[in-house]
Design a protein around this ligand. Structure first.
Ligand SMILES: Nc1ncnc2c1ncn2[C@@H]1O[C@H](COP(=O)(O)OP(=O)(O)OP(=O)(O)O)[C@@H](O)[C@H]1O
Length: 309
């Protein structure tokens, strides 16, 4: 599924311009602009109901905005048929809130859904092989493939959803609140996995989250939704320099401060782990599953979460 992309590396992968969404009289977005750069993890934050999921749905074509422009990989997506956007949709993967697995399908069958949709010519043996690979890649045990979602923990469901999102070897990954409902260790493990996948596979990640630890641990930039638009995009330090009440309260409140403390401690551990990793290099699959190093950040997030309470 290798593709040749002739676009310049510094062009945005997602460009949203003048977006407006409403439901009846309720205007959710008005003149919203956003650009997501190639290779970054962009965190998307905002109060509940500010329209983070509606924004993601507008980008991936599940929501028809009133007006505006959306380009993904340099191609417009709004107002085009499923058939016209098929080549674009093959290049992204989506993890919806809660995993959104089909409950009547096994984990492996869930992973195979996008493969069957976009590559109906693949035979069963190859589908099974790809599904097994994606399952292991997301840190699930190899025997998770034949299990049904009801047999999985919350964290395993998220990983299974991620395995499905990665089925088509996407360049762009959409994650909607991936750590919601996970305990601190599970959440830290998922963050590490996301970062390892992004680095190893060269992914661009659009990540909706309320989780401050996630923002500090893995996001390159953060976009803030408020007042029906993206009011600011930048690194957390850049956002902290802005005099906006919601931004100040969000990042400088008790949970924000706890996340900073936890992240500083984690960074020291990661530095130490990097030195160790250079001395004892591991192979790519181990790096992607993140299984060899899950302890460090998880321990610190647990301390951060405890400190935030
Ligand atoms: N299909 C729909 N019909 C009517 N209203 C909708 C629909 N989808 C979303 N909304 C409304 O749009 C607003 C934004 O919803 P959205 O799910 O994008 O918020 P969010 O920022 O992701 O919130 P949260 O952080 O709580 O998940 C909410 O008021 C929601 O009720």
């Amino acid at each position: 599924m290798a593709r040749r992309d002739t676009r310049r590396r510094d062009e945005p992968i997602i460009r949203v311009k003048g977006l407006r969404n409403s439901f009846g009289d309720a205007v959710i977005h008005d003149n919203l602009d956003l650009e997501v750069r190639r290779g970054e993890i962009l965190g998307v934050v905002g109060g509940s109901g500010t329209g983070k999921s509606v924004l993601m749905r507008s980008i991936i074509g599940l929501q028809s905005p009133d007006h505006g422009e959306v380009e993904v990989f340099g191609e417009p997506t709004l107002g085009r048929s499923e058939h016209e956007t098929v080549e674009i949709r093959k290049r992204w993967g989506v993890l919806f809130q809660g995993g959104a697995l089909f409950s009547t399908l096994t984990v492996a069958e869930n992973v195979q859904v996008p493969l069957r949709e976009f590559y109906p010519e693949l035979d069963l043996a190859l589908l099974d092989e790809i599904a097994s690979y994606k399952v292991v890649m997301t840190g699930l045990p190899a025997d998770a493939g034949p299990k049904y979602p009801a047999e999985l923990s919350g964290g395993m469901k998220k990983r299974a959803g991620l395995a499905r999102a990665l089925a088509l070897d996407p360049e762009l990954l959409f994650l909607d609140e991936p750590t919601a409902g996970l305990d601190p260790i599970g959440a830290a493990g998922f963050d590490e996995l996301t970062r390892a996948l992004q680095k190893t596979l060269g992914l661009t990640v659009f990540l909706i989250t309320h989780d401050l630890d996630t923002l500090y641990a893995i996001c390159d930039r953060v976009a803030v939704l408020a007042d029906k638009k993206v009011i600011a995009v930048g690194t957390i330090d850049e956002l902290l320099a802005l005099d906006h009440p919601w931004i100040q309260e969000y990042f400088n409140g008790p949970r924000g401060r706890a996340a900073v403390a936890s992240q500083s401690a984690a960074a020291e551990r990661v530095d130490a782990a990097d030195v160790d990793a250079r001395a004892h290099p591991t192979d790519v699959s181990e790096r992607v599953t993140g299984q060899h190093s899950q302890g460090g950040l998880a321990d610190n997030r647990a301390r951060g979460a405890a400190g935030a309470e």
